[in-house]
Design a protein around this ligand. Sequence first.
Ligand code: ADP
Ligand code: ASP
Ligand code: MG
Length: 424
Amino acid sequence: MARIVMKFGGTSVADLDRIHNVARHVKREVDAGHEVAVVVSAMSGKTNELVGWVHGMPKATGASSPFYDAREYDTIVASGEQVTSGLLAIALQSMGINARSWQGWQIPIKTDNAHGAARILDINGEEIIRRMGEGQVAVVAGFQGIGPDNRVATLGRGGSDTSAVAIAAAVKADRCDIYTDVDGVYTTDPRIEPKARRLKKIAFEEMLEMASLGAKVLQVRSVELAMVHKVRTFVRSSFEDPDAPGMGDLLNPPGTLICDEEEIVEQEVVTGIAYAKDEAQISLRRVADRPGVSAAIFGPLAEAHINVDMIVQNISEDGSKTDMTFTVPYGDVEKSLKVLEGAKEKVGFDVIQHETGLVKVSVIGIGMRSHAGVAASAFRALADKGINIKAITTSEIKISILIDGPYAELAVRTLHSVYGLDKK
Ligand code: ADP
Ligand code: ASP
Ligand code: MG
């Protein structure tokens, strides 16, 4: 007997038929004698609809901030998961399974106060463990917890993955299965490269890079938690027949295992390609080239919680002036420009320019640590296709390249094939 946490994403619970199908996956594990807790997302499209409703509302009279009240945002967007948790509990009960739904506050899943992008601080798994021991299935609403202000807090988009891994850690589950609309983690997004291959295993560090560089198959925080708490996490499909042979395999279920790199026997140099759309680039022209300038630029941006990524600095010919160029997420452009205008006197630049609609394509693999020339072949391959590179950043296990949006798919496919990742 094992203890298993099963998470079902938005497309897996998109309508009542799919919810019944999910119930069959749960029944399979219950019938095999396992203790089961389930985490559900909202029906696909629901969270977007709820967010849209919030954005459609007028701001508070006299509000100085351009943003709506984040506590009310959370009240609204957390409701999608409340619905699916109740529906799945009913579907399970109709199959004769003892099931009960749980909202974040009932467990409780305690978070910090960062409404809209809260982090889980603590989960008390005792009651769930006790009930699982009595044969009850807990159906937990993902994406939500309760903040120190005693209000519902949501975990950022894609946050149900994090709910699932955190609950798996709290109840000391033997396994956390993330069921989604693809049958595992692929070498790149299978929706844009049909030649992408499913990976049997991927190392935590690589999955962390893939997720933070745009592969939305897992929320970044869920991978961090899985790595820290050593949660055995599988990504697998909810669309397969729940009773097909092998689906209930305890040690080797179908899908991709996220694991320590030591568990991966045949390590390739490059494991995958990720891409992130909606990047924007900001350039400050003719900045004085003296100590303290970078601090004067990036300090205020950091204080405004703007995530600056790729930074490029070009020195002018006479060496007295410099251009400072960097990327921010598209959604933060307006805010960044405002912050920089405010810092203009201190920084001393001539003009600010910005460009949107850019894409960051990244090559990821822990094998890069011990292989030279990986970056050079990427640059050569992109040049051969006439793709212009606007900025580059590298770390030990990844290379990120900024390009114009329309070239995104061509760049992903080109790199995928250059590193021999295409399906044979
Ligand atoms: P869910 O609603 O189940 O949480 P998501 O839409 O958040 O599902 O994540 C699954 C999607 O992630 C897939 O449909 C796929 O298009 C996308 N994806 C991006 N990169 C990858 C990758 N490397 N491997 C698998 N899926 C990926
Ligand atoms: N429903 C939430 C979202 O769409 C959380 C999730 O699906 O993981 O972001
Ligand atoms: Mg998701």
